[in-house]
Design a protein around this ligand. Structure first.
Ligand SMILES: [Zn+2]
Length: 328
């Protein structure tokens, strides 16, 4: 079977059928390749395309080809398929082995995934010491996600004495490298003076950076700065705008905050039905147990900016959802 690779060296798009126009870069020149001429990055590129198009078994097959060539990216993405159950029943133990194999080649994303598995006991016994070693190495080599997770370890004190200043330092490093989760967390450090001197304007700057990158927690925190008029001029309308953007991504705390705005008619026309719908959506998202949402909910619980009726209603609804079993 022949394959076709876009001739734009910066593109690397590969497909089984020759397209008229490259869907990635718009180029129109393609080189025909035999299967033997396919490199590991060709297989990874085809696998990534398959993931984007939700062809899970194709993605798995492509990553398997790259992994068979001992390519670190192929091994990592195959590990991801096995961890997440993409194109294959989930097998976290196998995923950990693949991450370890790629990490041996000094591939920092794989080493960081391995550390994550050690932290949360995915496919392996929880081991904070091992996790910390992974994150430290990745962080020192300048890999932003490792820096972020190292900061998280210092903040929580997992495998190490809690150290707010050290946490803030690594959040800052990852934030400068553009990692949205770290930008949000650095914003929090600056907002509350945790490990760094309080600086509300800088907090707004970093929340904005995260929000502009589409981070729901960043959007929600930015919304709260506008709501409370800290570091910016108070504006319910702008607060609602950011809450809505984060709520559209299913972020529970933003759903709650937006619901509260509807409940009290702040920044929007008062609408109890919409408030209840949003509180319910928040409760529902809280109930779904995937890792992303656990992460989001963890953030949600670290800082609850509100007390009173919204929180009570939220809790009541959550209890109801919890007892009532599955609701669409
Ligand atoms: Zn191209």
């Amino acid at each position: 079977m022949d394959y076709y690779r876009c001739e734009n060296p910066d593109c690397g798009f590969v497909a089984e059928e020759e397209p008229d126009v490259c869907p990635r870069c718009g180029g129109t020149f393609f080189a025909a390749l035999t299967e033997d001429e396919m490199t590991a990055s060709d297989w990874v590129s085809m696998g990534n395309q398959a993931v984007d198009e939700k062809r899970e078994t194709d993605a798995l097959a492509c990553y398997q080809r790259a992994a068979a060539l001992n390519d670190p990216l192929g091994l990592t993405n195959l590990g991801w398929c096995l961890e997440a159950g993409v194109g294959v029943p989930a097998d976290p133990k196998q995923a950990v082995m693949l991450y370890a194999q790629a990490a041996e080649q000094e591939y920092m994303p794989a080493l960081t995934n391995l550390g994550y598995c050690y932290t949360y006991g995915i496919g392996v016994e929880t081991d904070y010491d091992k996790a910390l070693k992974c994150f430290q190495k990745g962080a020192e080599q300048g890999f932003p996600r490792a820096q972020f997770l190292l900061a998280e370890a210092y903040r929580r004190g997992s495998g190490v004495e809690p150290d707010e200043a050290e946490a803030a330092k690594w959040y800052q490093s990852a934030a400068w490298l553009g990692y949205p989760g770290a930008q949000t967390e650095l914003g929090r450090c600056l907002e509350f003076g945790t490990g760094v001197e309080e600086d509300l304007e800088q907090a707004v700057k970093w929340y904005s950076a995260a929000a502009e990158q589409g981070s729901a927690p960043g959007m929600c925190c930015l919304g709260f700065m506008y709501e409370s008029g800290r570091g910016v001029e108070q504006s319910w309308e702008t607060a609602v705008e950011w809450y809505r953007k984060a709520a559209d991504k299913g972020y529970p705390r933003a759903l709650c905050n937006l619901a509260w705005c509807y409940e009290h008619g702040q920044g929007v026309k008062r609408d109890f039905a919409e408030a209840v719908r949003l509180y319910r959506a928040a409760a529902e998202h809280r109930r779904i147990g995937n890792q992303d949402l656990i992460g989001a909910v963890d953030l949600e619980y670290r800082r609850i900016g509100r007390t009173g009726i919204d929180q009570e209603l939220y809790t009541a609804l959550y209890m109801e959802m919890g007892r009532g079993g599955s609701h669409a």
